[in-house]
Write a protein that binds this ligand. Structure first.
Ligand code: MN
Length: 205
């Protein structure tokens, strides 16, 4: 169990087959303005890989892009909408097929409005993660140990949460609805980038 740090691309062959957990850290919430700094990946077997992109990066990361674009690999996210937009905009790939634990939580845990990753890890896995570094400077020349640990922890629990939510979605009869939502997410991310971030195109107004 270790956190592996890489510059500009993932080494080839470091991931076991199967679903991968994916997260991103950026300079902020406005995708075209706030550059992609880190992509985190885990295959669920205990190691996390952090791929760091420097300021001015060309985002020429063939190994990482191949893994993200692989249609045979399910990608697990928490709030996929944001990560898909950053990956689409900066790396130029659609990182699907998608499973989003935030959407799965909203579709099954209708008895609460606690759908943050920290809430899910606490309520469903009885573990604790710190979100203290969430709004730290991911563009700094050197990432601190606390930032690396935070970035890794954001992908560490997604396989276990996925297993919980598959059961819950099936129990509640909402797997089909969840899958339809997940399939739409790459388009939702494109709408965000294209200027419809704050507009619900399904609403009457
Ligand atoms: Mn994160």
């Amino acid at each position: 169990m270790a956190v592996h740090f890489h510059e500009e691309d993932l080494p080839a062959g470091v991931l076991a087959p199967g679903p991968i957990a994916v997260d991103t850290e950026t300079m902020g919430l406005v995708t075209p303005r706030d550059r992609l700094c880190v992509v985190q990946i885990s295959d669920g077997h205990g190691d996390e890989h952090l791929v760091r992109f420097a300021n001015g990066s060309r985002y020429d990361a063939p190994n990482l892009k191949a893994v993200l674009a692989d249609p045979a690999r399910l990608k697990l996210y928490h709030f996929a909408r944001f990560d898909l937009a950053a990956i689409d905009y900066y790396l130029g790939v659609v990182a699907a097929p998608v499973f989003c634990t935030k959407i799965a939580s909203k579709l099954t845990r209708t008895y609460t409005d606690r759908h943050g990753l920290k809430n899910l890890v606490s309520d469903l896995l009885n573990d604790d993660i710190s979100k203290q570094q969430q709004s730290s400077d991911w563009g700094a020349p050197q990432l601190t140990d606390a930032q690396r640990e935070y970035a890794a922890s954001d992908v560490r629990y997604l396989h276990r949460l996925h297993a919980v939510f598959v059961e819950r979605l099936e129990r509640e009869g909402r797997m089909g609805l969840a899958q339809a939502c997940f399939a739409f997410l790459p388009a939702r991310a494109r709408l965000d980038i294209a200027g419809w971030a704050d507009r619900d195109i399904f609403s009457h107004d």
